[in-house]
Write a protein that binds this ligand. Sequence first.
Ligand code: HSE
Length: 309
Amino acid sequence: MDQIEIFAPASVANVSCGFDVLGFCLEPIGDIMRVTKTESPGVTIGSITGQELPTDPLKNVASVAVLSLLKTFKSSYGFRIDIDKKIKPGSGIGSSAASAAGAVFAVNHLLGAPYSRKELIQFAMAGEVLASGAKHADNLAPVLLGGFTLVRSNKSLDVIKLPSPPDLVATIIHPKIELKTIHSRAILKQTVPLEKAVEQWGNLGAFVSALYTNDYELLSRSMKDKIIEPFRAMLIPKFEEVKAAAINTGALGSGISGSGPSIYALSKGMKTAIEVGNAMKTQFDDLDIEYEVHVSKINEEGIKIINSL
Ligand code: HSE
């Protein structure tokens, strides 16, 4: 195989109760990446369409992730990466994770798949660190493994794939303003009051249990975040109104997608998820901000191969 074309999907991290550890994979939005073997070793960025991103291999998250893989797995040939970037950087739906995970997934295939999808997270992490300045795999894990994932440890990368209740549908509204993860992390407090920590781990445990038992009511009660959301909500126009509109329309819960500015909701059934999207839109219609709405089933597959030669 000399060339591979893949779809690297967007994802929602944190899911309110699981800052830096919980995430799920989306279906309709993602980047198209083509990776081609080259005679000269190393990594180059060929073309990037859709967004303005660095082509210097030491500054682009896709090539930085591949360089990390090639430090461990020596290759006599190199790789050129072409990206059709559909996920806007700074959107809160895992733009850097899609690039980093997509690139290592494609290169791994061209190398004869020496690593499992789970093992690739460690290499993709180099890209995520470049983008956000922190080691967190809560977007990378669902992009590579599909579905919902829990990162028990971001240090040792102990990652668990979780089940998805069959009727769960996500709605995302993406106001087109850029919020860099590195900045929305910088405003967070480094300590958490015990009372809030107790509440959060209660909710996270309950959320995971609800995924296993298809308990939509419990899922709804668990989608709370008293630790991170109050700080980041200030950075997102009309966050409280959009969230309230989603919940009043029947969403199980709603919160900030990753580090924002996108806002996500989870609903039972496609019909409710579409209505939730319409309710979210009405909140943004009187603001002078462009936005996009996506309605998505939980993507159980994660990254997928489109073509290979
Ligand atoms: N867990 C990360 C954060 C996700 O909230 O900062 C953003 O990439």
